[in-house]
Design a binder for this molecule. Structure first.
Ligand SMILES: Nc1ncnc2c1ncn2[C@@H]1O[C@H](COP(=O)(O)OP(=O)(O)OP(=O)(O)O)[C@@H](O)[C@H]1O
Length: 255
């Protein structure tokens, strides 16, 4: 029997004040896949993340995770079920050290009791900081980290809840080419360790490098789905980005 997809979204719709912001999205993600959501400003990418993670309640449709219907569950229960996310604007606790920020995630994710006796929360936090490339920054307060480091800290904090599905919101936006390469390596390494990944990548920095599959949204609807090569050359995707006059280049070109 075929295994159920890890994430199965059917006909998902979200309204804000009567305005339809997501209009019946379908998306199925298999265990171990890296899938990117792309689309111009206001397409509905973050709203889709919010609906999956319980921050907004869908007006129609369903979200199933590992075969279980999690539609409308509160955010903390969805996190405990195994879905973690980062936010577009990283907000580490500014006065806490990087290590303390990650330990909070371990406590929140209720994982302490699952850790092997030999590994306490401090060691686990350090392992995760090392994994995201923040070794040497363990004692640095959140407010003193660079933008790129704060994003990596967000990823470590999300990983601290031991997710099976990780949702990464614009982790490569505004980063240097070197930091984008680091983010790409990190995403692939996380997948290789068994985490399924859904990315939002408005600026298309990571899309072609890491994704198995893309879902392109525009004005709350799916306009294309398929391999990066198929979707990035799809006429509706080109026209959605051109219509926006891409903010990266100002020229309307997809970078
Ligand atoms: N809480 C809210 N209340 C009302 N409208 C909202 C709310 N959140 C999002 N919207 C609207 O929903 C639409 C989709 O927004 P969303 O943030 O999901 O787009 P996006 O694709 O993530 O865009 P961006 O790339 O700019 O982050 C936009 O028109 C936005 O103004």
């Amino acid at each position: 029997m075929a295994r159920a997809p890890i994430l199965d979204i059917q006909g998902l719709a979200v309204k804000f004040n009567g305005r339809r912001v997501l209009k019946g999205i379908h998306l199925s993600v298999e265990q171990g896949e890296i899938v990117s959501l792309i689309g111009p400003n206001g397409a509905g990418k973050t709203t889709l993340f919010n609906a999956i993670t319980g921050l907004v309640r869908p007006s129609a449709g369903s979200v199933r995770f590992c075969g279980e219907d999690i539609t409308g569950w509160p955010a903390h229960r969805i996190c405990w079920a195994g879905i973690a996310r980062t936010f577009q604007i990283a907000r580490p606790f500014p006065e806490m050290t990087a290590e303390e920020n990650v330990r909070i995630g371990i406590w929140f994710g209720k994982r302490k009791k699952e850790l092997p006796r030999s590994r306490n929360t401090r060691e686990e936090a350090r392992r995760l900081l090392h994994l995201v490339g923040l070794e040497g920054k363990e004692e640095t307060p959140g407010r003193e980290l660079t933008l790129s480091e704060q994003r990596r800290l967000e990823v470590a904090r999300a990983l601290a809840t031991a997710p099976r599905l990780l949702l990464l919101d614009e982790i490569a936006a505004g980063l240097s080419p070197q930091a984008v390469s680091h983010a790409a390596r990190l995403v692939r390494a996380l997948r290789d360790q068994g985490t399924t990944i859904l990315l939002i990548d408005h600026f298309l920095n990571l899309t072609a490098r890491v994704s198995d599959r893309l879902l392109a949204l525009d004005q709350g609807e799916t306009i294309a789905e398929g391999s990066p090569a198929q979707v990035l050359h799809h006429p509706e995707v080109l026209s959605a980005y051109l219509g926006e006059r891409h903010p990266h280049t100002g020229s309307g070109e997809i970078p």
